[in-house]
Design a protein around this ligand. Structure first.
Ligand code: HEC
Ligand code: HEC
Length: 338
């Protein structure tokens, strides 16, 4: 098993045990006690039970429980108070939990029936951001997806919610993402070996500080030059690039999304980091998942779709070439509508 796959299994186990803990909290036993008791069971033979218990306790110490989340020490970029975090959590419980799950693991019965599957926040990343490749999203990216949803999927937008309610929901989604990223990093440290249970809370605090620094440093990356005009020369160049830069091998010469690398024998061949089918966008439909403004499409081609095989091309192509490709993919949809 690849190390990342193992970590994912451990994450699922860790999420399951917290979920389990929540169902017990109504009784006399505290969330904390149940966490400690079940950590060892849930981790199974893969993870040292003492370390698993220490990890669960350290995570809870820093982030609180999922019922009573805490603003972690050092704060969280974009979330101004614990009050705000908790009201985001209340909104999340009503509007998001059925698909994204209490812990953000998207492990609910509803989620299992949906295609594409709701995003699990436990890997600490989302697909569509305004930030450069390798950077976490900014709060505005989460607000955008909550407002507009993801077209053609079950992720409907919430355009009529007041703006501050959307910001609180975005803040809570960010909390779940950062919490997942921290836990994943701590599990990687455990996997690397040599840790004692007593060190766990320091390790979790250290990993959170690194996650927080990365999120605080993330900024929207705007196209370096304004949109260039369309023209025959630019179109011809884009056509060449579409073949040379392998767009064609995934998206297909006809823009159907069924290029030879992506689709063969009636099957979709690519996977994303969440383990789900990654279907290259069918340009002819003209439905863009990450926003349909020209700048959004520029960012998709320059920075890729995070966690998926859609590669970032900013290093390989000049800005005017990327603009030419933006127009080129937009034109597939225009042709489709004729
Ligand atoms: C009916 C199910 C459903 C509900 C309810 C739902 N979502 Fe989603 N959500 C999805 C699906 C499905 C996707 C994945 C779409 C994709 O693969 O592109 C998703 C994706 C996301 C993403 C990630 C987008 C990306 O760029 O990867 C965020 C953030 C998100 N949802 C937040 C929320 C929040 C916050 C709520 C509640 C206000 C919510 N969702 C309610 C199904 C749902
Ligand atoms: C290795 C396969 C692969 C290659 C090469 C590739 N793509 Fe993609 N592309 C994808 C996949 C998969 C998605 C959908 C990701 C998702 O939403 O899960 C995608 C999505 C997109 C989107 C849609 C963004 C949105 O918001 O809906 C655009 C635009 C795009 N690709 C353009 C290009 C261009 C232009 C090239 C060449 C420079 C290219 N792609 C090369 C696989 C690829």
């Amino acid at each position: 098993m690849k190390p990342i796959e193992r970590l994912l299994l451990l994450l699922v186990a860790a999420a399951a045990l917290v979920g389990l803990a929540m169902t017990f909290t109504s009784g006399a036993t505290s969330e904390h006690d149940v966490l400690a008791e079940t950590a060892a069971d849930a981790a199974g033979p893969g993870l040292d039970p003492a370390l698993a218990t220490a990890l669960a306790a350290s995570m809870e110490q820093l982030f609180g429980g999922y019922k009573q989340p805490k603003l972690p020490e050092g704060g969280m970029p974009g979330v101004t108070s614990e009050q705000e975090l908790r009201s985001g959590r209340s909104g999340y419980a009503v509007k998001c939990t059925q698909c994204h799950g209490v812990t953000g693991a998207a492990d609910t019965g509803t989620a299992a029936l949906l295609k594409p599957r709701p995003r699990s926040f436990r890997l600490g990343k989302i697909k569509f951001t305004s930030t450069a490749a390798g950077q976490p999203p900014v709060l505005a990216d989460l607000e955008r997806v909550i407002r507009d949803g993801v077209p053609t999927t079950s992720m409907a937008g919430f355009p009529t919610l007041p703006e501050n309610a959307r910001r609180e929901l975005a803040g809570y989604a960010q909390y779940l993402l950062m919490r997942g990223a921290t836990e994943l990093a701590a599990l990687e440290r455990i996997e690397a070996g040599g840790l004692a249970a007593e060190q766990m809370s320091a390790v979790v605090a250290e990993e959170y500080a690194a996650v927080r620094a990365a999120w605080a440093a993330a900024v929207p990356a705007d196209p370096p030059i304004p949109e260039t005009p369309r023209g025959d020369a630019a179109h011809a160049r884009a056509e060449e690039l579409f073949a040379e830069s392998a767009c064609l091998s995934c998206h297909g010469a006809d823009g159907s999304g069924k290029g030879p690398v992506a689709y063969a024998g009636g099957k979709w061949l690519l996977r994303d980091e969440w383990g789900d089918e990654a279907r290259p966008r069918a340009f002819s439909e003209g439905r863009w998942f990450g926003g349909s403004a020209p700048e959004d499409l520029y960012r998709r081609i320059a920075f890729g779709v995070k966690g998926t095989p859609m590669p970032p091309l900013a290093g390989a192509l000049a800005p005017e070439e990327i603009w030419a490709l933006v127009h080129y993919v937009q034109d597939f949809a225009k042709e489709g509508q004729r």
